[in-house]
Design a binder for this molecule. Structure first.
Ligand SMILES: Nc1nc2c(ncn2[C@@H]2O[C@H](COP(=O)(O)OP(=O)(O)OP(=O)(O)O)[C@@H](O)[C@H]2O)c(=O)[nH]1
Ligand SMILES: [Mg+2]
Length: 628
């Protein structure tokens, strides 16, 4: 069944609660104080199942100007507004304020109930109608039905029910595959159950047994039970009012304003990039302290203007909200801004990036925010990746910042030719342009390295990673090196990287030393040269050391054991000979190798260890097994 969440709106005492009760039979004024004083203080809830029609959930809000903050805790998630105007008073201050709030929240649908018609004559009623039409002209309610009703006599209630049913049928269901978000509007204990929370499921779906995270507190909870309008359900989808019984949470550890979502799916942030829309006549200076209503939460913040002048009246501008404590918002959320004291509604804000970096006013920042404003979630992911460059973004971060599931993001990015996913499943994303930049930086860094270290065959891979890929996500270095290698730009081994065109240039003395060292190693056969190479005949110690390192880097000499240097040719020959003599699975021991090489244990043991390392053999007790 299509579920519709309807919020009341209207001036104090105009009959919102009475109308909800007359429609549903449920008194939304549940607090004793409300019943005694005859006013609504906090949100009230009621529901109505129309025969063959949608299921209607009502969120009844207080009209008193002092309780607008409570109204906001419920108004953020509504599908449609029921604007209640008493025929005897017509449009009043909170009629205006609530209506403005609905517009700023992006509410697109609704009805107008012109109530208390039993108190007025036809002429007054006609006048009220006229005033309302004028008030609503040009707004989303301009064409909405205005239904005369009386909660006292019941007049017009049937027509109102029908109109609500028609509205519910006409509205498309909210997509249930979005990123689960349940902003809490009530937290209480129920005897025998423990902690119960309620809210409007604004996106995604939730089921009994789900592990969720309570944001921004970071607590893990489990859904023990789920109810929709008092009935037990196994799951609920976006657009419904839900009550969850939570395991692992004390009632004092949650509050209105907290948000339940999948673990790791949201990023609490004290910064929000927004586009502010001021109400006519309002102004907001740079650094003004404001109350920000983010879904059911209220947070104090400083507003940093990113464009326009402080004394501009009304209008729209980019800004960054610097919250006094972190909140979780979604991209595309609409916030309400109210003045710090006295609290009046100044305007609204559209969230462009719920977890940005600190921004200062500049042309570049305005362009960036302009691009985010025009983008859908998929394009927004690109814009954010372009802005972070070689740092890339962790998959969970990016998904949270564009408010989609990691799975959806992975699908989009797999299709995008300009985005690279790193890891399976993707752990991070980068713009391909940033990879080009990293590739260029790698080549430049290697060029400089070779110029400084002409005798080194290559640079350490780890050093390259540290110097060039320091901030880049894991996996990006492998990706860039593989690409450059495929393009014939460089050669890379497990721990060394060099430009393809790099050749070690040796002085005549170095060249001579290189030749004699290689010749000596060749002559030494399996026995090798002992380290440190002490052969004054080959040249001075530092020269020798340098050339030896070079030959090691080139792979022409290799280390065996702690102190032997062998010529690569002999080691290759040894491997071949072992394989020739002993088929895979044969057992080889020190004696057999002594026989093959004609050398003592001192040499054969390191040689066997070398063969193990090269995976020619594998140690098995005191022997070796030859591998295939
Ligand atoms: N005669 C008449 N009185 C009504 C009607 N609807 C409500 N009232 C009365 O108007 C008063 C206010 O009604 P509520 O429903 O509490 O008004 P409200 O808009 O919910 O007020 P707040 O929640 O405090 O903003 C009550 O005394 C109601 O009995 C109606 O249709 N006709
Ligand atoms: Mg009320």
């Amino acid at each position: 069944v299509r579920a519709l969440v309807i919020g009341t709106a209207g001036h104090i005492d105009h009959g919102k609660s009475a109308l909800v009760r007359a429609l549903t039979g449920i008194d939304p004024d549940r607090l004793k104080e409300e019943q005694q004083r005859g006013i609504t203080i906090d949100l009230g809830f009621a529901h109505l199942r129309l025969p063959d029609g949608p299921s209607l959930a009502f969120i009844d809000v207080p009209g008193h100007e002092r309780f607008v903050r409570n109204m906001l805790a419920g108004a953020h998630g509504i599908d449609a507004v029921l604007l209640v105007v008493a025929a005897d008073e017509s449009v009043m201050p909170q009629t205006r304020e609530h209506f403005h709030i609905c517009r700023l929240l992006g509410v697109r649908h609704g009805l107008v109930a012109l109530t208390k018609v039993d108190l007025v004559d036809a002429e007054t009623l006609a006048l009220a109608r006229l005033e309302l039409r004028e008030f609503l002209a040009g707004s989303f309610l301009a064409e909405a039905p205005v239904l005369p009703v009386s909660a006292r006599t019941g007049a017009g209630l049937e027509a109102l029910r029908e109109a609500l049913g028609a509205l519910g049928t006409a509205l498309p269901a909210r997509p249930a595959d979005g990123l689960l978000r349940l902003p809490l509007d009530r937290v209480f204990t129920l005897h025998g159950f423990g902690t119960v929370v309620t809210g409007t499921l604004v996106a995604g779906s939730v089921a009994v047994g789900d592990e969720l995270e309570l944001y921004p507190r970071g607590r893990r909870v489990r859904v023990r039970g789920l109810q929709v309008h008092g009935d037990t359900h196994a799951r609920a989808e976006a657009g419904t009012r839900v009550a969850l019984n939570l395991a692992g949470l004390d009632v004092q550890d949650a509050a209105r304003g907290d948000v339940l979502a999948r673990p790791g799916s949201l990023v609490p942030s004290a910064l929000l990039d927004v586009q502010v829309t001021l109400l006519p006549g309002q102004r907001l200076a740079d650094q003004a302290r404001v109350r920000v209503h983010v879904a059911s939460a209220e947070v104090l913040a400083r507003l940093r203007r990113l464009e326009g002048q402080a004394d501009d009246v009304g209008g729209t501008f980019f800004a960054q909200l610097r919250l006094e404590r972190p909140a979780v918002a979604g991209r595309g959320d609409r916030l309400i801004l109210r003045s710090y004291s006295p609290s009046t509604t100044l305007g609204g804000a559209l969230v462009l990036d719920p977890a940005p970096v600190k921004q200062r006013a500049s042309v570049a920042v305005r362009q960036h925010l302009g691009a985010l404003l025009d983008a859908d979630a998929r394009q927004a992911a690109r814009v954010l990746l372009a802005a972070t460059g070689p740092r890339g973004l962790a998959a969970a971060q990016l998904a949270a910042r564009v408010s989609c599931t990691p799975e959806t993001l992975a699908t989009w990015c797999a299709q995008a030719h300009d985005v690279l996913a790193l890891g399976v499943p993707p752990q991070a994303y980068m713009a391909r342009a940033a990879l080009d930049e990293l590739a260029a930086r790698t080549l430049a860094w290697l060029t400089a390295f070779h110029a400084q270290q002409p005798l080194k065959a290559g640079a350490g891979r780890e050093e390259l990673r540290r110097q060039v890929f320091g901030q880049a996500p894991a996996g990006s270095v492998e990706h860039v090196l593989a690409r450059l290698e495929a393009a014939g730009e460089l050669r890379a081994t497990a721990d060394q990287v060099a430009l393809q065109r790099h050749r070690v240039t040796l002085s005549p003395a170095e060249q001579a030393t290189r030749d004699s060292l290689l010749a000596a190693a060749d002559a030494a056969g399996f026995r090798g040269l002992e380290l440190p190479v002490q052969m004054p005949a080959l040249g001075d110690a530092r020269l020798l050391e340098r050339v030896q390192r070079l030959l090691l880097a080139e792979g022409l000499l290799q280390r065996v054991g702690d102190s032997l240097l062998l010529h690569r040719a002999h080691l290759e020959a040894l491997k071949l000979e072992v394989r020739r003599r002993w088929p895979p699975g044969s057992r080889v021991d020190v004696a057999a190798l002594k026989d093959l090489t004609g050398l003592s244990r001192k040499f054969t043991i390191p040689l066997l260890e070398y063969l193990d390392r090269e995976r020619v053999t594998r140690r098995a007790g005191t022997e070796r097994v030859v591998l295939s």
